[in-house]
Design a protein around this ligand. Structure first.
Ligand code: ADP
Length: 262
């Protein structure tokens, strides 16, 4: 569905992404992990064409994305960026309706159909009860669900998530990721999620891309990517890796210096 073919990107003189190639298949839930500054956010911005790579090409269903216009891209790919700054206290419903803008002509108002699609997205994300509230009156977890509803009202095929669980407590992390998993498994949405929470990524993602200084260090299933050797080499700190006793997925425990006694 999405194919990155040897993309390289730099903001200034230093290359921040270097010859990155990967594919995301329709219906996959892919995690992009890696240390701070390894290029996760930059890679997501390239996937929704906020940035264009200086080298290489991104294809969406075999069409070079540079040949697609912004409205076409917005009908296929929606983004939930890191904590979005709230510049104006729109209501929840107004915020979700903004997701319909690729379908609404200039100087036109939303139709009954737009309203229906937005309300359906609000139903899926359980935010209908506070549709008239201002988004600056919501908790972090509720606000995240509003931005997911806005993304869903774009009726996209892919949702890109940048550090979606940062600043959420464990209850809200689970609520949020279970919602994303349901959208992925039951509604067939393709998900690409940048996260530095490797335990959550291991638990929820089908496949992981581990970045190190702008290059792909390893790509594969969580079992293939999250190994002691890979994580210690990329992060430069001691870790202990075993399996989550319930799910069987790799689980990382952090250790203080000299922590491994065995
Ligand atoms: P991550 O999301 O993995 O923390 P980023 O993609 O944010 O990594 O950053 C990758 C590199 O690009 C870092 O070295 C960062 O300093 C640099 N960078 C990010 N945004 C900009 C920008 N707007 N201008 C210049 N350099 C940037």
């Amino acid at each position: 569905m999405i194919e990155a073919d040897s993309i390289s990107f730099r903001y200034h003189e230093d290359w921040v992404l270097k010859e990155i190639s990967f594919r995301v298949e329709r219906g996959e839930f892919v995690g992009v992990i890696g240390p701070n500054g390894s290029g996760k956010t930059t890679l997501l911005k390239i996937l929704y064409r906020l940035l264009s790579p200086q080298k290489g090409e991104i294809f969406f269903e075999r069409i070079p994305m540079k040949k697609m216009d912004r409205t076409d891209i917005a009908k296929k790919i929606a983004v939930v960026a890191q904590e979005t700054q709230i510049l104006f206290p729109f209501s929840v419903l107004e915020t979700v309706l903004m997701g319909r803008s690729p379908y609404i002509g200039h100087f036109m108002f939303e139709s009954e159909k737009d309203l229906e699609i937005s309300k359906r997205a609000m139903g899926w994300t359980n935010i209908l009860p506070f549709s008239e509230r201002s988004i600056d009156e919501l908790s972090g977890g509720e606000r995240k669900r509003v931005f997911i509803a806005r993304a869903l009202s774009q009726e996209p095929e892919v949702i890109l998530l940048d550090e979606p669980t940062a600043n959420l407590d464990i209850h809200h992390q689970m609520d949020f990721l279970n919602l994303i998993l349901t959208l992925n498994r039951e509604r067939g949405l393709t998900i690409v999620m940048a996260s530095h929470d490797m335990n959550l990524a291991s638990e929820f993602c089908d496949r992981l891309i581990l970045l190190q200084e702008g290059r792909i260090y390893k790509m594969g299933t969580p079992e293939e990517v999250i190994t002691k050797e890979h994580i210690e080499s990329v992060y430069g700190c001691e870790v202990w890796i075993d399996q989550n006793p319930i799910s069987g997925m790799p689980r990382i425990s952090l250790l203080k210096k000299g922590g491994i006694q065995r």
